[in-house]
Ligand binder design. Structure first.
Ligand code: ZN
Length: 407
């Protein structure tokens, strides 16, 4: 989702400069490292303008310049711009069985990931308390070694875009919770919340398997169910109020069970992580081991246990049924599967691909590729952190204000 474009819009020089700062910082952020020469080439800005922008980003404390690579290609060596490693965001993902908290750098590296298992489904206040306690434990290190931009929360539910209120998180049983405001009050940091699948697709689009694909569909399977997102021409399509991409509630089984949404036979009720965990005798706390156990069974000479094979076949059949419709409607270049859906795809890729290709229409089915999310366990941490970094990436000169509020 590399969308560098020099600013022509903006009604004064300050707008143009701010937009150009965002483009240069965005390139360093997405690529991890970028030379001045590449910035000049991508943006079409002249060398002295790029030099001035880089100097300003250095002064803001957002990037550092390094010596050019010794083995760089022919031509004049060009200084390398990298995001400052001490600029971080705190990432939070509340789930039915745990709260995961991470520390993520501006280049998308997960520096710390702490999974705090909960004995029951956590209430909003319990999540606030857990995050506050974990951040308090890191406070010395944060104050000493990092500059914390803010907090991003990936929520397994519907989150309203404008104020970050959790409208409903069905599996957490949260309804109309002003979660961003609650956590911000407790931490004294700016907090941005969004749907977990939307956060995941933003991360995958920026740093993972969606890097090269402008039009893609993303489906993520977690303990709370299945969410998704739609990237059109490089941008996440939000819908009118930020709720787009609920592929979990497409009909896949007309004889299926009642879903919390009120319909029967949704993808979300027919393809569940809990069923896979039960089939291989793991409990929810062991969900991170699901992939290794399933992979081991499918690698055996005699193949997986009959009940496991039947369940995997059944779930992949329902997933293919849902994707058939999605591929027909959106004609995507790429379908990315995250969480346990990525695990299902990894153990039986042919089954899913043929399941979609046998049922989708002639045109769209020939264009589509499938991939699993590359970011694995880091996906939602990076996605949540992106939410926190977004205001600064849109307007790097605002960093002083953001950090002023943090201290
Ligand atoms: Zn449903």
């Amino acid at each position: 989702m590399d969308q560098a474009r020099p600013a022509q819009r903006g009604n004064n020089l300050d707008d143009v400069r701010r937009n150009n700062l965002a483009i240069v910082l965005g390139l360093a952020h997405v690529r991890g490292r970028v030379s001045r020469a590449e910035v000049t080439k991508v943006t079409g800005l002249n060398r002295s303008t790029v030099g001035g922008l880089v100097a300003e980003l250095v002064e803001l404390g957002l990037v550092v310049e390094q010596e050019p690579d010794a083995a760089s290609h022919a031509g004049r060596p060009s200084a390398i711009i990298v995001p400052r490693p001490d600029i971080v965001a705190i990432a939070v993902n509340p789930e039915v069985d745990a709260v995961t908290i991470g520390l993520v750098s501006l280049s998308g590296e997960v520096l710390k990931r702490i999974r705090y298992d909960t004995a029951h489904v956590p209430t909003p206040q319990e999540v606030v308390n857990i995050v506050t306690a974990v951040v308090a434990g890191m406070r010395g290190e944060l104050d000493r070694s990092f500059r914390t931009v803010g907090v991003g929360v990936a929520v397994p539910g519907l989150v309203r875009a404008d104020d970050g209120e959790v409208v409903v998180a069905p599996h957490l049983d949260w309804h109309n919770v002003p979660f961003s405001a609650m956590l911000s009050d407790a931490l004294g940091l700016p907090v941005v919340s969004a749907n977990d699948a939307s956060a995941g697709i933003t991360a995958e689009s920026t740093f993972g398997s969606g890097r090269e694909a402008n039009d893609h569909i993303y489906l993520n399977g977690g303990a709370s169910g299945i969410g998704g997102g739609i990237v059109i021409n490089g941008s996440l399509y939000p819908g009118v109020s930020g709720f787009a991409g609920e592929f979990g509630h497409s009909l896949v089984n007309s004889g299926g069970v009642l879903c919390h949404c009120g319909a029967y036979g949704c993808l979300d009720t027919e393809v569940r992580q809990s069923a896979l965990l039960a089939a291989v005798a793991l409990d929810a706390a062991d969900s991170e081991q699901l992939e290794s156990v399933l992979t081991a069974q499918f690698a055996r000479a005699e193949g997986p246990d009959a009940a496991v094979l039947e369940l995997v076949n059944r779930q992949i059949g329902f997933l293919a049924e849902s994707l058939r419709g999605t591929v027909n409607i959106f004609n995507p270049e790429l379908v990315i599967l995250g969480g346990f859906l990525g695990t299902l795809y990894a153990v039986a890729p042919e089954l899913l691909e043929s399941g979609v290709r046998d049922r989708a229409l002639m045109g769209p089915r020939e264009d589509v590729r499938f991939a699993r999310a590359e970011l694995g366990l880091d996906l939602l941490m990076i996605g949540a952190a992106q939410l926190a970094f977004a205001p600064m990436l849109a307007d790097p000169a605002s960093i002083d204000k953001a950090l002023g509020k943090a201290s």
